[in-house]
Design a protein. Sequence first.
Length: 567
Amino acid sequence: MKLILQHYLASLRERDELDAVIPDLLSQLGLNVYSKPGRGTRQDGVDVAAVGKLSDDTEKVYLFSIKAGDLTRGDWDGDALQSLRPSLNEILDSYIPTKLPAEHKDKPIVICLCFGGFVKEQVRSLVTNYVKNNTSKQITFEEWNGDKLADLIQEHFLREELLSPECQGVLRKSLALIDEPEVSHRHFVSLVTQLCSVEQPKDKLMAIRQIHLCLWIHFSWSRDANNVESTYLNAEVSLLHSWQIAKEELNKKSKAAQSIKETLNAVIGLYLDISSLFIEKTVFPLTTTPHAISVSVGGPSEVDVNLRLFDLLGRLSMIAIWNYSTLQKMTEDDHEARREVLVQLEKSTLAIVDMVKHNPTLNLPLKDDHAIDLTLALFPLLMRNETEQQIRRWIDEILDRAEFAIRANGKYPSILRSYAELLDHPTRSEDYFQEKTAASILYPMLGLAAQLINNSSLFAKLQTLKEKHLQHCNFQLWFPDESSENLLYTNSDLHGAALSDLDVKQPMQKFSELVFSECDHSNEFLELSAVQAGLWPIVLIACRYYRLPVPVHIFRDIYRETLEEND
């Protein structure tokens, strides 16, 4: 395990990676971290500052200057802005005289040279002489290299009573099987589930910190292996389970609650980093080239391509949804930050448009639960007025192809989920057809989308499809119920309620009124803790990960705007 930790630490970048781990480690050591890495502020050489007792009974101030990887000659004194020696000089010349809090000025000060790797031999004498020349009665130096950090992490984050040898073994298996994403992810889920079996706030804080650390370790290894597939899934399950154990503590005023909130934000940030990296490498470069993503799947069957593309569509859509959610929380004064988020939102939304345009397999879902990914994609598209025609063409194509596949006994959308069954789908039997199309969340969602872009001809096409081929099919939508709050984020049991037997024979407006009036009477969605905390994308992550239908509550504002435009 120590070798795994050393490899992990050595691979971390300085900004937002190694400097994100150190504060949690110091807190776990019992120190009070009073300064953390920031952007846009002058740090005078100090990346992290803490005060407390470590090796003896004397309370000391610990000032960390953090660098990534091994300390080479260039990292020591090669770049005036990035090297370690200039940072140490700034601590001595500026931070300690002018920025050290007044209550700590008389305490012993330890300047910590912190890096994920080791000091290279060619620079060892330079470091030793610098430390010797600048050590005083009040100021001393310590070297926190990858070996020391690995020891501290193993002792304080992964110690046996908190991360059992069995859990450490599960983590090692997950890392060893990164090239087998499903198996690797299965082991990581087992690890997260065991870590989250806690009740006390202190134990919850430790569990979330450990989840954050284990996810970081997995991310660093998978990034080096150029295969972050399992890490993406790990990030989703880590965020969902972390929210499950943190949500009850977030409104409390205790110090532990504040620490839980900060660590949870770190998990959210890491999830966003992982998902962004995945989409940047896997999807964005290929969206504008016809069939490029479909060909890159490399599966032996059209089923492989279809399943993978809808999966990627859902992941890409979540990036856009998070960008939109972030934008909602910003004020008009945050000009620069808003502009950056708007650029990312535009990029991800247009990527959805291009992905659908250039990959025709997305015009016919093989599984009815592909409605989940389709619904996630519709949300950012509907938030952008310029994409209305693309939505119309997409829905029109889906309905046409579904109708043709049903008539020709092709691979029409079905309730099948098993890969093996999808390969054999369909058989020429009326009983088989009626059984595999017995219910649908896909078609009613397409009907709602027709309403949201105010296109009655699309709805009429859906009505014809229902009348000719799907009279037996139970059109339905899913709503959270009173049990969903406790079960949604871990999916530990069945929950939610279905609005069944939706009648699309009635006019489009009547159909939509029925659905959204049910939303108005079903307050359980609004009462979900993630929604109340302004983190409603977590609910959609749960839907994507556990394959739960997306609650149509997220479209209520769009629906009301449509009605106002038509008045």
